[in-house]
Design a protein around this ligand. Structure first.
Ligand SMILES: [Zn+2]
Length: 324
């Protein structure tokens, strides 16, 4: 690739380097890491439209980060998640029909508008309320399709429900935070030992670790208070293998607090990789792919020579040492 050098008055090869640059975003000076192209012969700056575009995006990404404004990538995911068009979604939010589309194309929303999107992005119940309140603003077919999608997100599968009840039945004083981690380990070790995932649901990479969203909504009103012990549940929904995984996770991992387990999952690659590029306090509804969970826990099993489920104990102790 060549570019025209104003100094040499000819097309020249150029070198690209990363550089801390400053720019003006919405009337505000911002430092950001951009790229610079210089003529290989004389070293002066050369003009390349793609590099200017790249830098402009990097500048606005930095501006968004600084102000806690969602990225265009995250904004684009919301209508997909709730199976609604960008136009109808914009109307539901009380905005002009094309506003949401502009944000998907890369326009930077104000903090207030970004917060409105962030609220529904991470909370299907909040979105459901918005959909119900605004159903007259959109076409009946659009309403129906989106309503089904959000109901699906809020439905807990029998398997997930049974395991959650089993864990809360066995563990006194387990908090919603710790329960989420326990479910995650059942999913991971379940796959490592039985070659199949116990839960069809995906979990998301939230700030405090992996979260099964439908279960989260069951217990969110508790905050950090423990869940009441489940009196009874239908254990016949679990296979012997699945029950054995639950028992080992309960025995060897549920003895730790939610905060300790949070530290565990924060050092494990599935959660870390799913949150790449996000600030530590940035909400996200990114899915942790089952493939990543499966590969990680298979590797854990191999690396820690786990001949049977009792090996989860050594992994827990190893993680305890690592995160202390
Ligand atoms: Zn030159």
């Amino acid at each position: 690739m060549k570019a025209f050098c104003e100094e040499c008055r000819e097309f020249v090869n150029y070198n690209l380097t990363e550089k801390v640059l400053t720019g003006n975003a919405k009337g505000e000076r911002c430092s950001y890491t951009g790229k610079e192209a210089r003529c290989e012969k004389c070293g002066s700056l050369v003009y390349i439209p793609e590099i200017l575009d790249y830098n402009l995006k990097a500048l606005y990404d930095e501006y968004r980060k600084k102000h806690g404004i969602m990225s265009a990538e995250e904004i684009r995911k919301v209508p997909e998640k709730y199976k609604i068009g960008k136009g109808p979604l914009s109307l539901l939010l009380g905005w002009g029909k094309n506003t949401y589309t502009h944000y998907c194309e890369g326009h930077t929303p104000t903090k207030k508008y970004s917060d409105a999107i962030a609220e529904i992005a991470s909370d299907p119940e909040a979105y459901l309320r918005l959909l119900e309140e605004g159903r007259d603003k959109i076409k009946p077919e659009a309403y129906k399709k989106s309503r089904l999608a959000v109901e699906d997100l809020l439905t807990v599968s029998d398997k997930l429900e049974t395991v959650a009840l089993y864990i809360t039945h066995c563990c006194e004083d387990i908090t919603p935070l710790a329960l989420q981690k326990a479910l995650y380990y059942v999913q991971g070790f379940g796959y490592a030992f039985n070659d199949t995932f116990p839960f069809s649901e995906d979990c998301e990479a939230w700030i405090h670790g992996p979260v099964f969203v439908s279960v989260y909504h069951r217990y969110k009103n508790l905050g950090f208070r423990p869940i009441e012990q489940a009196a009874s549940f239908d254990a016949s929904l679990l296979t012997t293998d699945e029950k054995a995984v639950c028992d080992s996770v309960i025995k060897n991992l549920c003895c730790y607090s939610g905060d300790v387990l949070r530290a565990f999952t924060h050092t494990e690659s599935p959660w870390i990789n799913a949150r790449k590029g996000l600030a530590s306090n940035e909400p996200s509804d990114r899915i942790i792919p089952k493939s990543a969970i499966g590969a990680y826990f298979k590797e854990v099993r191999e690396k820690h020579n786990m001949v049977n489920l009792g090996g989860i104990k050594e992994y827990a102790m190893y993680m305890r040492d690592k995160t202390e």
